[in-house]
Design a binder for this molecule. Structure first.
Ligand code: LIP
Length: 288
């Protein structure tokens, strides 16, 4: 049975300070130590799902910093997996969210560090307590702590009143295999005539933070892992927005939808009607 430790405002502030410190340290490394000719170190779920040596180096550094400061906590990261802890708290790490952007030199990537209570490997069974999303190129840093609000470089965020669906500037993203991309393109083809426009930034944590900041009215994506959204989810929620799944489902790999109410509900209903949380069959002879 996962223990849920009581964490007061003071402790939450200390967790947030540690999350931001670690994210900024990793940010320095991935910018300053980026090799001139950065290559692909390995591929994961498909030939286009890549990892670089810098993803691994940054995650190792994050684990060292957090492990030294809080040895009892668990660690769950995109590159090095899950090390359960004894404290009931787990650090959820995406050392470079937007790895393909990083590989191509597109300055839209971020270090995402969150601490959660509960079990982050089970959708709906974890609660974010503090989180930081840091873009080391622009310097923009989103932070949030449970009950203490969300901030962008110290400025308190309040999500704007949303427009109607047909005026919604909407972010989204696409998966790494053809069956999923076929469904995602069908959904976009149907949705595009009925919204303001689509933005594909290529970094889920920044997409969500842009919803909290009012730079996007809404965002949705299928296929996200807990490390893509753990910190940014708290930024949206502490700014007054919503991060959810379809129907009564929590946000998960199946689907993440985010906006302020009532827009988030309208978009979720549209996506459910379009069966957006299902993948088409892989193309015969295709790459899965
Ligand atoms: C990426 C997400 C992005 C999504 C990509 C990928 P990564 O995370 O930030 O929104 O479209 O498929 O999941 O792999 O760069 O950490």
């Amino acid at each position: 049975m996962t223990t849920v430790p009581a964490v007061g405002p003071g402790a939450v502030r200390a967790l947030l300070a540690l999350a931001e410190h670690a994210a900024r340290r990793a940010g320095v490394v991935i910018v300053e130590d980026r090799p001139e000719h950065l290559g692909v170190a390995a591929t994961k779920s498909s030939p286009t799902d890549v990892v670089t040596e810098m993803d691994r180096r940054a995650e190792t550094l994050l684990r060292e910093i957090l492990g030294a400061a809080r040895p009892e906590d668990g660690l769950l990261g995109e590159e090095a997996g899950h090390e359960p802890g004894a404290s009931g708290l787990t650090w959820v790490l995406d050392p470079i969210d937007g790895t393909v952007n990083y590989l191509y030199g597109i300055p839209a990537y971020a270090v995402s560090v969150a601490v959660v209570s509960g079990d982050p490997t089970v959708p709906g069974a974890w609660t974010p307590l503090a989180g930081c999303v840091h873009n080391p190129v622009s310097g923009e840093t989103w932070t949030a702590a449970a009950g203490l609000g969300a901030h962008l470089l110290g400025r308190r965020l309040h999500i704007p009143v949303p427009p109607s669906l047909d005026r919604a500037l909407t972010g989204t993203g696409f998966g790494y295999f053809t069956g999923r991309r076929r469904t995602q393109s069908r959904v976009i083809a149907d949705l595009l005539p009925r919204i303001r426009d689509i933005r594909r930034i290529g970094c889920a944590s920044m997409d969500l933070c842009m919803v909290a900041t009012g730079r996007l009215d809404a965002y949705f994506e299928r296929g996200l892992a807990v490390w893509d959204l753990a910190a940014a989810r708290l930024v949206v929620e502490e700014a007054g927005g919503v991060v959810r799944g379809l129907g009564d489902a929590p946000p998960s790999q199946d689907m993440v939808v985010s906006a302020a109410e009532p827009l988030v509900g309208l978009l979720a209903d549209e996506l459910a009607a379009l069966e957006a949380a299902a993948d088409a069959a892989p193309a015969p002879g295709g790459t899965g």
